[in-house]
Structures are given as structure tokens and as C-alpha cells.
Write a protein that binds this ligand. Structure first.
Ligand SMILES: Nc1ncnc2c1ncn2[C@@H]1O[C@H](COP(=O)(O)OP(=O)(O)OP(=O)(O)O)[C@@H](O)[C@H]1O
Ligand SMILES: [Mg+2]
Length: 234
């Protein structure tokens, strides 16, 4: 059975501060993916890719349609209609979201930020920090930066800390909005290598990439948001 099934998803933003002005978000979105698959959302800027991802994480509500999330126990949740407490539980236990930009509190070191998801999962602080260092090292973050706050890091360094934090303790589903947007080729490849590894572990992922080669390398399916169908990836 599919892990996630999106049916006839439609969104119209209503801007209340502009007298209820309606803005087209996305419409007629249909895709599905199995456990351990990577699906990319593809299409021109402004077509609603990020908004669909936010609908899956329920940062945004949906105007109509279904987002069926099948649980291991045979039950399912329609993310489009679930209540707030169901959504909080879903985020806590099943779905992670890697935003495009790092958002962190000041004065917390890069290592502590990356270690936190492991600590939250019950790993010891010592082990968590060790793994966080390995991850930062793998993603080419200089060791001298480990113990300072990433708020003064470069754009690409911040993005790598953000990814490290997002993938160090993956839940069953991971949503990624342009995780490699400000990275050079070498670091992009490193991130893709990590994502491939996570995919092997059975994590189901939906992502958005600007770089076509990168998208092809990681994706099992590409959903073309303009043509409203799967694109041929070869
Ligand atoms: N909170 C919001 N309120 C009103 N309109 C919004 C909101 N969020 C997104 N939109 C609009 O929805 C449309 C789709 O935006 P979205 O960010 O999903 O596009 P995208 O495909 O991710 O584009 P890009 O490739 O540039 O990141 C845009 O026209 C945008 O202005
Ligand atoms: Mg976007």
C-alpha cells in the first residue's frame, strides 16, 4: 500500500488584508509514493511546489482534496482534514520537514543544534554530540565552527547545518524544500549521498530541487506540477 497518496489537491489563498483577494496556489495535484521512495516536485517558480510541501506538513491548510498518510498499523490519516492534535502527533512521530533556511535560537552551538533531534529520541548526550560532529564533518563544516552559533555562518554553511539537523534522526517521512539551493557541486553531492543512504534505510521523501541532475540522481518519481503527471526521468 502507498505510504502517501495525494488526491485532487487544490489551494486558493485568500488574502484577508486585501479584501479577500484570491491567489491561485495550486490545483489538480495527484501523486502517490510507497515507503522508501523519493518523489520530487518539479515545475516553474510560483507553481505551488513549496505550498504543496507545506500542505503535507500542514503549515498550510488545503482548500480541497485529500492527503492520505497510511500508518504502519493499517490506519490512515487524511492530513488535509486531520485536527490539530492529530497533526502534532504526526509531526512528532512520523514527518520531518527541512525548510530552505535555518531558523535557530541565538547562542546555541552548531553541534548542540544538530545533536538535539537525537537527544529528543532518547540517545545519550555524549553519543548524540559525537554523531552530530561526524555529520557536520561529513558535510564539510570546519571543526573550528562546531562550538559557535550558526547565526554568523555563511549561507551555504547554514544550509548544511539545517540539513544535518533535519536528517540526523529521520522519521518515516521527510519533506525537503530545496535543501541544496545554496550549495556548491561538491557539497550538493555530499547531501545527495546522505539522502540516498537515508532512502536505503526506508525513509519516504518528497523534495524540491532546482538542479535537474541532482533531482534525477535521488528521485524515483518526478511529479511535474505544470503537466500534472509524472515526468520521464531519463
Ligand atoms: N501565505 C501565502 N499567502 C498568499 N499567497 C501565497 C502564500 N504562500 C504562497 N502563496 C502564493 O502561492 C503561489 C505558489 O507559491 P510557492 O511558494 O508554493 O511556489 P513555488 O513553486 O515553490 O515557487 P519557487 O520555485 O519560486 O520556490 C505563489 O503565487 C505565491 O505568491
Ligand atoms: Mg518554493
Amino acid at each position: 500500500m502507498e505510504k502517501i497518496k495525494v488526491r485532487n489537491l487544490h489551494k486558493e489563498f485568500i488574502v484577508h488584508t486585501r479584501g479577500g483577494l484570491k491567489i491561485n496556489g495550486y490545483h489538480d495535484i495527484n501523486f502517490e509514493l510507497n515507503k522508501g521512495e523519493f518523489l520530487s516536485l518539479h515545475g516553474p517558480s510560483g507553481l505551488g511546489k513549496s505550498s504543496v510541501l507545506k500542505a503535507l506538513y500542514r503549515t498550510y491548510t488545503t482548500t480541497s482534496g485529500e492527503i492520505i498518510f497510511n500508518l504502519e498499523d493499517g490506519n490512515y490519516i487524511d492530513i488535509a482534514k486531520a485536527n490539530e492534535s492529530e497533526i502534532l502527533k504526526l509531526r512528532k512521530e512520523h514527518i520531518g520537514y527541512v525548510s530552505q533556511f535555518l531558523q535557530v535560537l541565538p547562542r546555541i552551538s552548531a553541534v548542540d543544534i544538530v545533536a538535539q533531534p537525537l537527544i529528543d529520541k532518547g540517545e545519550s548526550e555524549k553519543n548524540s554530540k559525537e554523531k552530530a560532529k561526524e555529520m557536520l564533518n561529513f558535510l564539510n563544516i570546519k571543526e573550528e565552527l562546531f562550538d559557535i552559533s550558526p547565526l554568523t555562518f555563511s549561507g551555504g554553511e547554514q544550509q548544511r547545518v539545517n540539513i544535518a539537523k533535519g536528517i540526523i534522526a529521520p522519521k518515516s517521512v521527510l519533506l525537503l524544500d530545496e535543501p541544496t539551493a545554496s550549495l556548491d557541486k561538491n557539497n550538493t553531492n555530499k547531501v545527495i549521498d546522505k539522502l540516498l543512504q537515508i532512502k536505503k534505510d526506508g525513509v519516504t521523501m518528497i523534495g524540491i530541487f532546482h538542479d535537474i541532475d541532482c533531482m534525477k540522481r535521488i528521485s524515483d518519481k518526478i511529479y511535474d506540477m505544470k503537466e500534472k503527471k509524472y515526468a520521464n526521468i531519463n
